[in-house]
Design a protein around this ligand. Structure first.
Ligand code: GDP
Ligand code: MG
Length: 163
C-alpha cells in the first residue's frame, strides 16, 4: 500500500507532461496529437520527504469517438477505484469541453479527493480562463503550467496534504 495519485482527463490536456514533471522522468510519451499514447504508466515521486506513486492514465489508440469515450470512462473509473488523490487535468487554452463534463460527472461521485488542475496556464492572462472550470462542480481550479513548472510546487504541497 502507498499513496497513489492518478492523473486523468481527456487527451492532449497535458497529463503526460505533468506526470513527467511530478516524477522528474521522461518515461511518459508526450504527444503532439491527441489520443496517440497507450497504456497506464506508473512512476514514483517525492515531495517534502513524502513518497508517493503517480499513474498517468495516458492513453489510448482510438478509431472511433465511441471507443474513445469508453476508454476515458474506463480509466477514470479505475482511477476512482485505486487512487488516493485524483488530478483531473483540464486545459485553459482549449477551454471546457463536453468530454471534460463527462469525466467530471464520474468524478463527482468519487470518494477520493479530486483536484481540478487547470493546466497550460503559461502566463497570468490565462488565469482569467480558469473560472469556467467551476462549472465542473469539483471545487477550485488549480492553475499550473506543466510545461514551465509554474504552480507545480504548490500543487505538490496540496497533493501531500491530502494523504
Ligand atoms: P496528454 O494527452 O494529456 O497526456 O497530453 P501531453 O502531455 O501529451 O501534452 C499534449 C500537448 O500539450 C503537447 O504538445 C504538450 O507539449 C502540450 N502541453 C502540456 N503541458 C502544457 C502547458 O503547460 N502549456 C502548454 N502551452 N502546452 C502544454
Ligand atoms: Mg499522455
Amino acid at each position: 500500500m502507498g499513496n497513489l495519485v492518478a492523473i486523468v482527463g481527456r487527451p492532449n490536456v497535458g497529463k503526460s507532461t505533468l506526470f513527467n514533471r511530478l516524477t522528474k522522468t521522461r518515461q511518459a510519451i508526450v504527444n503532439e496529437e491527441a489520443g496517440t499514447t497507450r497504456d497506464r504508466q506508473y512512476g514514483k515521486s517525492e515531495w517534502l520527504g513524502r513518497e508517493f506513486s503517480v499513474v498517468d492514465t495516458g492513453g489510448w489508440v482510438v478509431n472511433s469517438d465511441d471507443i474513445f469515450e469508453e476508454e476515458i470512462r474506463k480509466q477514470v473509473l479505475l482511477a476512482v477505484e485505486e487512487a488516493d488523490v485524483i488530478l483531473f487535468v483540464v486545459d485553459v487554452i482549449n477551454g471546457l469541453t463536453d468530454l471534460d463534463l463527462q469525466v467530471a460527472s464520474i468524478l463527482r461521485r468519487a470518494d477520493s479527493p479530486v483536484i481540478v488542475v487547470a493546466n497550460k496556464t503559461d502566463n497570468h492572462e490565462l488565469q482569467y480562463n480558469a473560472p469556467e472550470f467551476y462549472s465542473l462542480g469539483l471545487g477550485d481550479p488549480y492553475c499550473i503550467s506543466a510545461m514551465t513548472g509554474s504552480g507545480t510546487g504548490d500543487l505538490m504541497d496540496l497533493i501531500v496534504s491530502k494523504f
